[in-house]
Structure formats: structure tokens, C-alpha cells
Design a protein around this ligand. Sequence first.
Ligand code: NAD
Length: 559
Amino acid sequence: MTDAQAPDLTGTDTPGTPTGTPGTTGAPAPAPGTNPVAPTPAGTRTAADVVTPELVARLVKGVVGSGRTVNHTPFTGEKLADLPESTPEDVARAFDLARAAQAVWAATPVRRRAAVLLRFHDLVLERQAEVLDLIQLETGKARLHAHEEVQAVAMAARHYGHRAGAYLRPKRHTGAIPVLTKVTELRHPRGVVGQIVPWNYPLELSVGDALPALVAGNAVVMKPDTESCLTALWARDLLIEAGLPADVLQAVIGLGPVVGPEVVKRGDYVSFTGSTRTGREVAQIAADRLVGFSLELGGKNAMLVLDDADLDKAAAGAVRACFSSAGQLCVSIERLLVHESVADAFLERFAARTRAMRLGSALAYGADMGSLVSGQQLDTVRRHIEDAVAHGARIVAGGAARPDIGPFFHEPTILDGVTEAMTVCAEETFGPVVSVQRFRTDDEAVDRANSTPYGLNSSVWTRDARRGRAIGARLRTGTVNLNEGYASAYGSVRSPMGGMKDSGLGRRHGSEGILKYTETQTIAEQRLLPLAPALGMDDEGYARFMSRGLRAMKAFRLR
Ligand code: NAD
């Protein structure tokens, strides 16, 4: 995006997307202004206080870019910073620099690489105020939701800082013939990983997701979204302060369809997080090159409220699950399936909490929800609400844009009476809109929850943990949270997180989240006797000897 093209309303670095019409589309708006505005504490910092020319100059030093672009803050739609933009030649240079640095980094002992992550963990927690301001300004989210990113990055840094050595250490295995064949499995870094990052979680999904690749000995060329790249660059700087050699983590920025494919064409492995549509394009290029890739994609996540759920806790949990980061969270809940016997009582509680949510744009704690990121996101939200209402849905809470707070603010919205025919039921909204549907039996709830091409996250609320786990195992989603919306599974960094079906391929976190950034190599040493007739055996004698040996190995339960 260039200055000339930069209508401050698009909010993402994909060109040709429609600009928004903040607050002016004509969806039914029962009671605009229902949600109160969070007060701005005296002395709160402004964008100009935070995004100073000195800070921008320091951060953009990390970008390999010879062009020029800008980004904006969704809070006002105004320009935040002048930025370099990367050309295809710049991307090639970034890969060259990364490749040159990677060999030395890979030769650095794992424990020293891991120590960088543990120092980074401490620095992020110490310096969190700086990055919380940047995340809020670049994404428009409330500070409490920005803090989720700090928590997620600290958890990933701690986990891989402590466990990388164990995940990566050479492993001994039983060989073809025990004792005679000695086998070691090695894990090598893949080389230079190309990483493509969406705008919505610019700390967690940029450097946060790069940590396991780096500690495994790879270099990374990261392409954050232009609109939230300052956050990613800040994190890169902090990682260098923690001890990472600067060239090991390169940054390029620019238009997604231009710079993105250049990254995919050069990576020895590709880590992509974003929409399912773009993920398919990335997969095609990577498949053609025969390089590995992981895709963390969209969702249409369901929360099941069973007939024995604690309704107060479920209502409070639904507010967090549906409206965190204004619903612009991949694991956010967009479909609420409630047992018919408790639906009215649940909805009453949920609607009351939703209407009381305070909206705000201050760089301070206190708001329960912030802004949408762009006019494009606002238009999608309006379109989905309009379509649902036109087909008979009822707005229970919210329903209106809030241009009185900022150009892309929209109230948290609950729709009742949603049917499968409505767009809001099928497509990812990625906004603060949730549909309510009633069910009669557990089987019906499971079928409805699974009736989407997506399979990222789900949530089950019940007082019966055994019943909840049994239902969870039938849901076709990569994560299931019991009596929580998304945070329990996402925050459990020892366990894999990712999507089934159209929600992705591969996983972040746990062993899968680091081993995907490695190539395995098996080194097998044959000792004393060859795997062939020897010691005067003829072919038939050898075949008999081996057949007996195989039977014995099974009898001795050798694996
Ligand atoms: P997007 O697909 O438009 O963009 C994601 C990234 O891809 C951006 O950096 C963009 O510049 C780049 N890009 C755009 N076109 C490209 C191309 N042709 N080739 C290569 N790269 C290209 O997605 P978005 O709107 O930024 O993010 C929102 C989506 O991401 C939602 O669907 C959300 O559910 C999903 N998401 C998923 C996860 C997860 O972990 N599963 C996390 C966050 C967001």
C-alpha cells in the first residue's frame, strides 16, 4: 500500500478490498448507544506520544525494504507511521542475509539458543506497557485483550526455552537387529523459514510463533501485516536485545499478494497464519516446490451450553469467548448452541452482560471491547447482521455501529433465531457477532457444531466433566475447551493447537509446534554382522535365520 492508495479505511495490506463506510450502512439498529463508553483516565498516552519518529526510525531499521508505505490506527483511521516497503528483490536479499546467518546460529548449542527465549520471556513481561500501546494502536483492541498476546508469548517462550533441548536431542532407537544395528534419530533445522502473519495478533503470531523455529536452529524471514508491523518489529528488537543475532530474524513488509508469494517461493518451510482463502494459495506454491508448510486458518467456532451448565458462568464465559478482540480472534465463538430447556434463562444473562460492556479506545485498561480493525471488517459485520435480520433473525443485544467512539467501532451483537440459510451461520464473520441456536439432544448439538467446513475450536459448558469430555471428543475441532471459551486450550502450550478440516494443516505448540521446523535424519550403524548371508550361511539358511529372528523379536515384544 502506498500513501496515495492509503485510504485510511482498508486496514489490511491486501489491495483492492472495499473501503468501509464507517457507521453509515443501514442495518436495523434498535438502540444505538446501548453500550456505555469506557472513560479515558487522565494523562492517558496518545498515538503521538507512543509512535514517535525515534521509535519508528529504530524499529524500521529491521526491515529489508527500499519502497515506501504507511500504516494506520483503527481507533481514528489516521496514519500511524511512514514505513519501508519490500520489493521482491528486497525479499530475496532478506533470505540471503538469513541464510548466511543461519549456519552459525544452527551451530550454536541448543541451550544457548534456548537461553535467548528465557531472557526474552523476562523482557516482554518487564516492557509490556510499550507493546500493549502498540498492539492497541495497530489493531484497535482493548488493553485486556492485548495482554492476552503478552501472556501467550511469555508462555511459548518459557515452554520452548525450557523444553527445546528435550524435543531436539538425538534419540536412540532399537535397530533392524537389536545390538547389531545401532540407530540414532537426529533433528536438523530446515534452514530459513518463511513466516506470514495476519494483523489480528501481531505479537503472538509473529515473533511468538517464530520462537520454536528459531530455537530449533532455523533463521526466519517474517512478513507481518503492514497495518500491525510495528508491534512485530518491536518484538524482533526485543528478541535481539535478548541475544538473538539480528540477521537470524529478518522482516519484510508490503502488500500481501505481492510480498507474500515471494516469501513462500523462498522458504525452506512456510508457516502461514491467516484466512483459509489465502492459505490455499500458499499451499499451492509450497506444494509445487515440495517444501513443508503449516497453515493456521479461519474458524466458525461453536460453544455448546448443555442443560446442566452453570448459566452465570456460561454467560460470563460467552462474553469473553465471543467478544475478545471484538471477535477478531481465530478461536473466537461465533455460534452459540444452547439446550432449549435453558436457552431463555441463559440468553437473558448473556444479553444483560453484553449490553453492559464498555467500549473504548484509550491506551489504558477499563474498556471491555475495542474497535474493529478496518472498514472492510465493519462492512462484513453489517452485511452479516443485515442478511440475518432480513431472513428473520432477531437482534437481542447490540446491532449498531458506534461512530461516536471511532470509525470502525461496532457494538457486541447477539442474534437469536438464526438458521442455517443465513450467511452469518455459514461464513466466518470475524467480528463481534454471535448467533444463537437451540438444540434438544446432545447428538443434535454435536451434529450442528460439526456442520461447518471449519474445525478450529469449540467450547462445551456442563457441570458433568465426564459428559463434557465425551462430547468434546466427538467435535471435529483441533481444540475443545470445557467450561472456558478458548483460553484454556490455547494457553496450554505443551499441547498442540490448530485446525481440522478447512481450519488448517499442522499445529503450533507442544512437540508438533517445534518438530515441524526440523528435518529428521536416521543414522543406522551396522556392527559385527551384515544384513546379508554371512558366516558361511547360504541364502536359504539366511532366510530361515532371519524368519526365526523376526518371530523371536515379536515374542520378546521388541518395538
Ligand atoms: P489474510 O489471509 O488476508 O492475510 C494473512 C497474511 O497473508 C497477511 O500478512 C497478508 O498480507 C498475507 N497475504 C495476503 N495475500 C497473500 C498471498 N496471496 N500470498 C501470501 N500471503 C498473502 O488474513 P487476515 O485477514 O490478515 O487474517 C484474518 C484471518 O486469519 C481470519 O480468517 C482468521 O480466522 C485467520 N487467523 C487464523 C489464526 C489461527 O491460528 N488459526 C490466527 C489468526 C487469524
